[in-house]
Write a protein that binds this ligand. Structure first.
Ligand code: CA
Length: 226
């Protein structure tokens, strides 16, 4: 999952970006409203964290511009403490949720996970596909109750497929959602990752759709997974 973090306070931005990266997100940062607006409109994020007090262009204006441009990405706003009017303005401008500064990282992460899974149509923190269970809270995966060890990058890729099960996902889309913008991307490596994940899972759940990409779908007979 790839997240845009629009926050002008460099210390806070650094702190949040580190926690997000440790939690398995690819993170792009925008230090002002102008860059935030541009990145939000041009890059395919799974969620956006938007400070409302941004320089150059304020957060509310950025949010309004995104929603007018019909950007549907879930947006979590960061608001000043004790400013109920800021929360109201943010929600009315199209924010999906808010966190009040100062906040606990755990709360930010929980709200972010909830936004991302709801946007993908999942209501629970655990995403299930046949015998596979993925817990978005601790980045763990099980097949038929047995834990599967995935690397951080393998988890990012697999988590994206799990969130979008049943859909055909191209290599380009996967590349865009597991790497941040500064990463030297190579969509050819996606196939290598997919094959490694397949081996680790030991079941046929990631199907190749020739010429188009991949589709995650539960095996016809889940009991034949062993
Ligand atoms: Ca600020």
């Amino acid at each position: 999952m790839r997240v845009l973090l629009a926050e002008d306070d460099p210390d806070l931005a650094q702190q949040v970006a580190e926690v997000l990266e440790q939690s398995g997100y690819a993170v792009d940062r925008a230090p002002d409203g102008e860059e935030a607006r541009f990145l939000g409109e041009t890059e395919p994020y799974d969620a956006i964290i938007l400070d409302l007090g941004l320089p150059v262009v304020d957060g509310i204006s950025v949010l309004r511009a995104w929603r007018e441009a019909e950007l549907k990405t879930p947006v979590l706003i960061l608001t000043a403490r004790d400013s109920w009017s800021e929360k109201v303005a943010g929600l009315d401008a199209g924010a999906d949720d808010y966190v009040t500064k100062p906040f606990e990282m755990e709360e930010l992460l929980a709200r972010l996970r909830a936004l991302i899974r709801r946007a993908a149509g999942h209501v629970s923190a655990e995403i299930i596909c046949g015998p596979v269970r993925l817990d978005t809270r601790n980045a763990r995966v099980w097949v038929a109750g047995e834990p599967v060890r995935l690397t951080a990058l393998e988890f990012k890729l697999f988590s994206y497929l799990m969130h979008h099960q049943g859909e055909v996902i191209s290599r380009t889309e996967l590349t865009e959602h597991i790497y941040d913008q500064d990463f030297d991307r190579d969509s050819n490596t996606i196939e290598v990752f997919v094959n490694r994940i397949r081996k680790k899972l030991g079941i046929e759940i990631i199907h190749t759709v020739r010429g188009l990409g991949y589709r995650l779908e539960a095996p016809e007979d889940a009991s034949a997974s062993g």
